[in-house]
Design a protein around this ligand. Structure first.
Ligand code: SUG
Length: 424
């Protein structure tokens, strides 16, 4: 099979009109510390679009995925609730779950194994069951429906069901791929958490193994490594909060993995070309890395072959992180360029630049073009967002029928614009 046309496309989640701060994710310190804040869905969606445009300006292909239908009435109905039950304090988190715009973090939409890695030579996608958090566990069927439209070409793609929910799976956020080039077979690294700590370990080893089997990955090029329990304890609820990979490079915090040396050795044994760019705790503490989301950056290969790191403003504005980044840019390592982006609305819920995108290495011609972005489409989406997305949402407004109507109408206007009414 000839994979010469493969390119990495980042599919960013368009931030949905119900974006709010309900504090639903135990162990996600940003989200729990912003619980009850007033959110700004319109600004959030425009920040997301600006990030997509900045990546296109770097010469990178860009796609997007849609917000899921919210509020999710059938989720509430199955719990014996209606919107007005938000008035009762104990029901509020469940009603807020039905309103959550959490599908914006498409790094949790699915695990993706590009065609050169799989037994049948197709790109395999498994939607993540997101079983650990109730507000996220409702996502995967609608996500799958959307992936089925975007990647409908079954000579190029294979789309699976999520793995059964007793095995928590968080998708690409706990998965990394190393390769010399996209067209060549890569080494896929699954990072799981050991349960039993103060915060949930969302990714189970069983789920990672199931995804690897479903995708037909070769055992010699598949690695399972354990996340450092201390990192989960410190708020790294996904591995992509403490490390990111691209091409031959693993950019990681010193404390990301349970057995640091063992992890590097295992990867190197399967992928001798590995280049580790490790940030020592003495330069950036684990707490600072998590607070600033330095590793929740997009590590991308530019058209000239150099790598750039797209970091959140919170990293850029941290003195310790900035010192490290300045040194890295001036050095002779593989990452020579750093660009900051403002995604503060998403960051306040624990979602940085890397959470907002799902990487799919594929032939762009095999993707439904309705999911691919260009400047004209970005302008048109921005106009719909400016016109329909709520300016702000107060926590007490979650459950409000008029706001619910606005949220439903806003998504419908977006689907209409993009000719994606089949996903209504
Ligand atoms: O699952 N936050 C998301 C953030 C996901 C970040 N994704 C990656 N690291 N890839 C989560 O914890 C907060 C929603 C709220 O509390 O209202 C939330 O779901």
């Amino acid at each position: 099979m000839n994979h010469a046309r493969l390119r990495e496309i980042n599919f960013d989640g368009i931030v949905g009109p119900s974006h709010n701060y309900a504090g639903l994710s135990l162990g996600n310190l940003a989200a729990t510390s912003h619980a009850g804040d007033i959110s700004h869905p319109r600004a959030a969606a425009l920040q997301g679009l600006a990030k997509m445009r900045a990546n296109m300006a770097l010469g990178l292909p860009q796609g997007f995925l849609l917000p899921l239908p919210r509020p999710n009435e059938s989720f509430l109905a199955r719990l014996g609730l209606t919107q007005s039950d938000a008035a009762e304090r104990e029901n509020r988190p469940l009603v807020a779950a039905a309103w959550s715009a959490s599908a914006m973090w498409t790094a949790n939409a699915a695990t993706v194994s590009p065609a050169p890695d799989t037994a049948d030579g197709r790109c395999h996608l498994t939607p993540a069951n997101l079983a650990t958090m109730p507000h996220r566990a409702q996502e995967w069927r609608d996500t799958k429906a959307q992936l089925a439209v975007a990647f409908a070409d079954d000579s190029a793609f294979a789309l699976h069901d999520a793995v059964p929910p007793f095995f928590g799976d968080e998708g690409a956020a706990n998965h990394m791929r190393l390769c010399t080039e996209h067209a060549a077979p890569g080494v896929e690294v699954f990072v799981y958490g050991r349960p039993g700590g103060a915060f949930p370990a969302r990714q189970s080893l069983q789920a990672s193994r199931a995804v690897a089997r479903l995708h037909g990955l070769s055992p010699e090029r598949t690695i399972f490594i354990e996340q450092n329990p201390a990192a989960i304890e410190a708020g790294a609820f996904h591995n992509d909060v403490v490390s990111v990979a691209n091409g031959r490079v693993l950019f990681t915090h010193e404390e990301a993995f349970a057995e640091r040396e063992g992890a590097y050795e295992a990867i190197r044994a399967a992928f001798p070309e590995l280049q580790v760019v490790e940030v020592p705790s003495s330069d950036v503490s684990l707490a600072e890395a998590i607070a600033t989301y330095l590793f929740n950056a997009q590590l991308v290969t530019l058209p000239d072959g150099n790598m750039a790191l797209v970091v959140p403003m919170e990293s850029w504005n941290s003195a310790a992180v900035r010192r490290f980044l300045d040194r890295m840019e001036a050095g002779n390592g593989p990452i020579r360029r750093v660009t900051p982006v403002d995604v503060t609305q998403s960051m306040a819920n624990g979602g940085g630049p890397a959470c907002l995108r799902l990487r799919v290495a594929c032939d762009p011609a095999t993707v439904d073009p309705r999911f691919l972005l260009d400047e004209g489409k970005a302008d048109a989406i921005a106009r719909v967002v400016e016109r329909h997305w709520p300016e702000c949402i107060e926590p007490s407004a979650v459950g409000n029928p008029a706001l619910a109507q606005q949220v439903v109408a806003a998504r419908a206007a977006l689907l209409d614009l993009l000719d994606l009414g089949d996903l209504a």
